[in-house]
Design a protein around this ligand. Structure first.
Ligand SMILES: Cc1cc2nc3c(=O)[nH]c(=O)nc-3n(C[C@H](O)[C@H](O)[C@H](O)COP(=O)(O)OP(=O)(O)OC[C@H]3O[C@@H](n4cnc5c(N)ncnc54)[C@H](O)[C@@H]3O)c2cc1C
Length: 311
């Protein structure tokens, strides 16, 4: 794709917002890894997003919805087609009350911690266990983010979603196919908005739980380093970090990617890491866990994009 083609797209679909060509994805991921995306689009309203979506479908251009990039590893060759960024969609609005419950309508690009803080301020219970999880509400729903026994699916009523054919539909939470760190949302579905149901509680109590969870998270995870959170899912009843540690992988590194010495299921970019080394380290660690315990680790992070010939 050329710069001229990108300019043509802006004109043809009357795009409103910001559109970049060959944008390094390392600027948009918490790992600070990733080659360029052909198109990086930040639509400024839902109508413009709809027109862009239409154009991409008609012209057979692949799209990738992006939250804050805190749970993805983008390969060194970057992303083919268009990355759609939801950072213009960040509204949280009250959506009614019903006895002991309060409802919120939350745009998918809203930073998850804004929702957590808003709920804390209002004394609404249900998301305090998500304290400290980076990323957006859209990304959290896509991967059913959770911690301390809390999962986003438990407070979700419904989502407004744009499917491949461009129609916006409301899908109820129970029809989304949630599981442990996963949902049935297709890679081509765009999450636009979510309805969240929270229990009215005492502000002090919600706040105290929030503080405890955040403290525990800060003690156990290297949240100040460049990572994408947990690399592997926990196999049934077993923390992957413990298995990786006991297989002797803590501190292991390839290039500038290292297994964290604080939490072995976090891989850290020490400065100039590339995706190829990250993937090699994943294979090495999974291989050691497999030969030590006979357990196959499944990735939690989502690996996207194209190779650039380095692996
Ligand atoms: C330090 C650290 C700690 C973490 N701790 C936790 C934790 O305790 N628990 C946990 O579950 N996770 C944790 N994570 C992982 C990550 O923060 C979560 O998975 C988060 O919910 C990802 O959100 P995101 O917006 O960054 O999504 P992204 O990484 O941008 O995207 C993830 C997936 O969601 C899709 N997606 C994003 N937005 C949309 C949308 N609007 N429409 C359709 N699809 C979309 C993307 O296409 C992609 O497939 C941690 C990460 C870090 C870096």
């Amino acid at each position: 794709m050329t710069g001229q083609q990108v300019r043509d797209i802006v004109t043809d679909c009357q795009f409103e917002g910001d559109m970049k060509f060959m944008e390094p994805m390392s600027r948009h991921t918490s790992l600070k890894i990733g080659g360029p995306s052909d198109i990086f689009a930040i639509p400024e309203n839902f109508a413009s997003l709809g027109r862009l979506h239409d154009y991409l479908q008609k012209n057979d251009i692949a799209l990738f919805p992006l939250g804050s990039g805190t749970n993805i590893l983008v390969k060194d060759g970057g992303i083919q087609g268009a990355v759609i960024c939801f950072s213009s969609f960040r509204k949280i609005e009250p959506a009614g009350e019903d006895g002991e419950y309060a409802y919120l309508s939350v745009d998918s690009g809203t930073v998850l911690q804004r929702l957590v803080m808003h709920s804390r301020e209002q004394g609404y219970a249900g998301v305090e266990g998500l304290a400290g999880i980076p990323g957006t509400v859209g990304g959290a729903i896509w991967g059913n983010a959770g911690s301390f026994g809390y999962e986003i699916k438990d407070v979700l009523v419904s989502v407004d979603m744009m499917g491949a054919e461009g129609r916006i539909q409301k899908v109820r939470a129970e029809d989304i196919g949630f599981g442990y760190r996963k949902s049935g949302i297709l890679p081509t579905d765009l999450l636009l908005r979510a309805e969240i149901k929270l229990r009215k509680d005492k502000r002090d109590e919600v706040s105290a739980r929030f503080e405890n969870f955040l403290k525990a998270k800060r003690e156990k995870q290297p949240i100040w380093e460049s990572s994408a959170g947990c690399v592997f899912k926990n196999p049934e009843g077993l923390p992957a970090g413990k298995l990786i540690d006991e297989a002797g992988c803590k501190g292991m590194s390839i290039g500038d990617v290292a297994v964290s010495t604080i939490h072995a299921n976090f891989f850290i970019n020490r400065g100039k890491a590339c995706a190829a080394d990250f993937i090699r380290l994943m294979h090495e660690v999974a291989g050691r866990v497999s030969s030590t315990f006979g357990i196959t680790l499944e990735p939690e992070i989502k690996i996207v994009g194209r190779d650039n010939g380095n692996g």
